[in-house]
Each structure stands twice: as C-alpha cells, then as structure tokens.
Design a protein around this ligand. Structure first.
Ligand code: CTP
Ligand code: MG
Length: 239
C-alpha cells in the first residue's frame, strides 16, 4: 500500500511591516544565520520530511544566498509569493501537485518561526499520522483575557479555558488543504492560517500542544527572545 509522504511549505514572502526592519524579518541574522534558515533546518533534518517548498517574493534579493547555504540533499523548491499568506501557501501547494500525491501530508510552517523544536515536530507527526483531518501546534492562552467596549473599558472577562494560540506547523493532506484554501479565496474569506481555511470547509482540525517558545518573529523585541531560546537549546544539546 502507498504510505503517505510528508512535505513542508514555508511561506516566506511577507515584508514584515510590524517588524519595521530594513530587510524582511525572515532574513534577519539570528545567531549568525538568517531566521528562515533556522526554520528550514528543523524541517529538513526530520527524517520523514521529503522536501520543502519555500514561497518567495518575485523581487526578493536574499533567498538565493540562503538556499545556497542549506546543507541538505532534499529538494528545496522555490514557489512564487502572493499578496497574502494564503496566496503564498496556495502557490506552494500548486507546485507540490507535480511531485506529491493528493493524499500526502503537507506541513505549513512560517518562515518567521525559527524556534520550532525537533521534539514538537515529532509529536505533531506522531499524533496526527492517522487523523482524518490533520491539525496544528498550539499553546493554551495563559493571561486573563478582557473584551473591551468601544470606549476602551472592560466589557467582559473572557473564559480562557478553551482558548489556544495557533502556531505552526499546521499539517493537512495536500488535496484537502488545496481545495479548502482555494474555496476560501473564492469566497473572499479572511483566513490568517491554514486551519481557518479547513474550518471554513467544515473540518475540525486537531490541536496538538506545543512549546510556548515556538514564537513568530513579529516585533523587534522578538529577535532577542528567539536568540535566547535558541542559544539555551544549543547549550543543553552540547552539555
Ligand atoms: N507571508 C507570505 N506571503 C505574504 C505574507 C506573509 O509568505 N504575502 C509569510 C511571512 O513571510 C511569514 C508568515 O507568512 O513567514 C507569517 O506572516 P507574518 O508574520 O504576518 O509576516 P509578515 O506579513 O511579513 O509581517 P507583517 O504582517 O508584520 O507585515
Ligand atoms: Mg502579515
């Protein structure tokens, strides 16, 4: 029987408006390597992942140098970036159609998340291997949440016991995710992650609890945090 293979899609075509740096945040140096290189290395080093598609902006000047420095024998393909994250992901899925089966798993992982751990990636693959839908890494919300009125005063305290932060990777079957994203785009829905497209198609993705340090570099202070997490991990591996 054909057993499903695993591919990764890394959307890396954003401009990083909130970061406000001179170059897109996914190319900023972090412990001597670009942010996206950290994200890709964890994916490429996983034995079950067969290859990666990176969605890159047409005018991007930095990707070729990153690609040339990736130490891997696996295919690393370049797809076109799109106007929004979901367009970039869809372009990656279209590229995979030529070499992957419709039932293969696809893990979509933000280029701006350099601290994905091998252990979280392992757990995601293991917990979802037989799942009919797929799912995503997530962490429970820990702060008390307030809802405001229009004047900026508290209107309600929200029950956080069932609230989670959605992280990446998000893992779905190639064909199901492709059709769900396409349908969401055609309906003009605002889907900020892959799971949202699956939800709009009527599926209930599974949440797999991950580590809180799998942060997305968003604002300037996040870079120092990511550096701290990665450096500490390198020490614990060496020691
Ligand atoms: N992304 C993409 N194509 C887009 C927009 C975003 O591939 N048109 C990617 C980003 O490169 C990033 C991931 O999607 O790896 C998550 O997006 P986000 O953190 O919002 O990055 P940016 O859109 O670059 O940042 P900002 O929203 O602050 O502009
Ligand atoms: Mg964005």
């Amino acid at each position: 029987m054909h057993s499903a293979r695993y591919w990764a899609i890394v959307p890396a075509a954003g401009i990083g408006k909130r970061m406000g740096s001179a170059i897109p945040k996914q190319y900023l140096p972090l412990l001597g390597r670009p942010v996206v290189a950290h994200a890709l290395t964890t994916l490429l080093q996983h034995p079950r992942i067969d290859g990666v598609v990176v969605a890159v902006d047409a005018k991007d000047e930095w990707w070729p140098a990153v690609a040339a420095n990736l130490d891997t024998a696996k295919p690393v393909l370049r797809a076109a970036g799109g106007a929004e994250r979901h367009h970039s992901v869809l372009n990656g899925l279209e590229m995979l159609r030529e070499r992957a089966a419709w039932s293969d798993w696809v893990l979509v992982h933000d280029a701006a998340r350099p601290c994905l751990s091998a252990a979280d990636l392992d757990r995601l693959l293991a917990e979802l291997a037989d799942d009919p839908v797929g799912g995503l890494l997530a962490v429970p919300v820990r702060d008390t949440l307030k809802q405001t009125d229009t004047a900026g005063r508290v209107a309600a305290t929200v029950d956080r016991s069932r609230l989670w932060h959605a992280l990446t990777p998000q893992m779905f079957r190639l064909g199901m995710l492709h059709d769900a994203l396409r349908a969401a785009l055609e309906r003009g829905l605002l889907v900020t992650d892959d799971a949202a497209a699956m939800e709009a198609a009527g599926f209930a993705p599974r949440l797999v609890e991950g580590r809180g340090d799998n942060l997305k570099i968003t604002r300037p202070e996040d870079l120092a945090l990511a550096e701290f997490f990665l450096a500490r991990r390198a020490v614990s591996v060496a020691g």
